[in-house]
Design a protein. Sequence first.
Length: 440
Amino acid sequence: MTNNGGGLLDVSGSNYGISLAGTWTNNGTFTQQSGTVTVDGGSDQAISVTTSTSFYNLTNSNSATTVTLNQDITVSNTLAMSGTADIDMNANNIDLSSGGTITGETDTDRIYDTGGTTDVSGVITTTRVLNAPATFNVGGMGATITSAANMGSTTIKRGHIAQTGLTNTSLLRYYSITPTTNTGLDATLVFEYLDSELNGQGENEADFVLWRSTDGGTNWSNNLGTVNAGANTITLSSIDAFSLWTPSSESVSPLPISLVSFNAIPQQKTVELRWETASEKNSAYFEIEKSIDGEYFEVIGKAAAAGTSIELLTYSELDRNPTQGISYYRLRQVDIDGEYTLSDIVSVVYGSKSSNKLIPNPSNGMFVTLMLKVTNYQKSEAGTISIFNEVGSLVYKENVLMNNISFTMSPQSRLSPGYYTVVVMQGDKSIASEKMVVQW
């Protein structure tokens, strides 16, 4: 069906239903009132418009593979999934307004997106007034919220792009939840997901947790949760405030490469990057990445990997333009399918001696580098580096070899904002004690 530009399709008088076996193309005005548009073809279909089209009821009864959106749509009452074809949002948005609900979604008849941008495109959105919601599956989107608080007008977005920066890449679903009142909620969230959204993590399903980001997906914190693998849900209680949420396993997935060591060694005119692998499986190449501040990395070199090997292999590359002072390096290990893992960050001081210093300070709580006076300790002895919070509790400890003059600490759990003390010991001897501030 095609409604050409300037045309008016008005079925509001008797709330007629429309069934389509082909493409819906609306380049004009569509007035539906309370009727239903059903896409029920036996081959793939599309909904194409030049501007967003509003439906009262939209039913997907297609029996083929895919119904593709080529523009944003609004469904104000029911978006019913009752066929065998998925809806591919194609980086477009579905607005459920203040009263729309999704029904009948399953693994074989689901709504998904592969080309959107987190919180911007390829999202399903609804805005509701949530005052003391009780086990309310908002808009049938799969986020069930309970809270005794009056959250007020609340916007919920469901997206389908994998989030990164967690222990493992997330499942193919996230929720962005933004209430007007967003503190002291003591809320419970039941996060639903489909098997088709597991994103290769099915073997770790019992280990899923909910991760939260308060900065749009840049940094994530593990908030745990209770998994019901049979029901495909993760439940988390005692939530004080909502933001961006996604599930993932907290277990480290088996890596295609077993990295034994990775070191940065200052030379007279270069920095040598040297690493060893104990085994490799389907490995394609390594990228050497460098950063001045420890946060923003750029590729400075590339080395071919072995493919598949069970032998100890040694690699070496040079940074021929070393930076004076401290620099940070890491390896990006890429396999033949394009998947990758990142090594731990190592640091090096080039071209200058350093007094005791923490860099950066303030820290973001994810890592910090300590630079020591080279005459202040015995290089031949091992040592320990510990971090204590402002009440004196130990929050991090690492055994180190003292033949370096800089040490990068990366706590497993991000340090909370506050004041800390970093202490270096060799046996009973205190080598250094430096104050650190964490801000984020």
